[in-house]
Write a protein that binds this ligand. Sequence first.
Ligand SMILES: Nc1nc2c(ncn2[C@@H]2O[C@H](COP(=O)(O)OP(=O)(O)OP(=O)(O)O)[C@@H](O)[C@H]2O)c(=O)[nH]1
Ligand SMILES: [Mg+2]
Length: 224
Amino acid sequence: MAKQVPIQLIPPVKAEFVKSASRTSECPEISVPEFAFIGRSNVGKSSLINCLANNSGLAKISGRPGKTQLINHFTMDAGLWSLVDLPGYGYAKVSKVQREIFARMIKHYLKNRKNLVNVFVLIDGRLEPQKNDLDFIRDLGNWGIPFSLVFTKLDKLSSSAFGKNQAAFKRKMLEEWEDTPPIFLTSAETAMGRVELIQSIRKLTDDLSPLLLKEINNAKLILD
Ligand SMILES: Nc1nc2c(ncn2[C@@H]2O[C@H](COP(=O)(O)OP(=O)(O)OP(=O)(O)O)[C@@H](O)[C@H]2O)c(=O)[nH]1
Ligand SMILES: [Mg+2]
């Protein structure tokens, strides 16, 4: 049985950097439920990971897009689950070849990482719906990968301006999807949404750990 973390208690999550990998086969050994943060370059993935961890130096942040270039693994809640910081998509200043390499790396990771439970797609709350976000979400749907939407940087605009962007994004999604996924409203600056994100990940971890651990053990037996 997985160790239970009381969902209501949100202490500073005990977080540690594990390793950076340039391909799925170099990722840490599968052991606990994993969650990934993805989104356009500069959307605030690394900042939000630091906000969740309550540690501003954990993941590398930069005002220049394209900072995160590898698959970065962190363990959270003292190793009960792991969080992955992925490179951003759609950064025009990266060469086409480099973008293609990132895209392939991300796709391979998402489709093959056996303990990946949910992907959090970060969307800049200041912007109207962006084609590359909608394209990426469509890919996730085609690959059958569960995901949630996380609107970021909400400290930077009024709630009415954000309300319009959110409504427009939902409308766009509903042109192709029957429903919208779970949505989180966040700011790494004010820690808005931190508790909700951690609660949701802990709940998924609590629900899934026993099943997932059984599957992981079975996979190991087959490999041995
Ligand atoms: N005001 C505000 N600024 C933010 C927030 N989140 C991130 N930023 C800023 O946005 C910039 C990019 O943040 P990162 O966390 O490095 O973004 P990223 O998505 O990891 O970027 P890449 O690794 O390049 O793909 C930095 O200058 C951050 O300080 C937020 O919630 N509010
Ligand atoms: Mg980053």
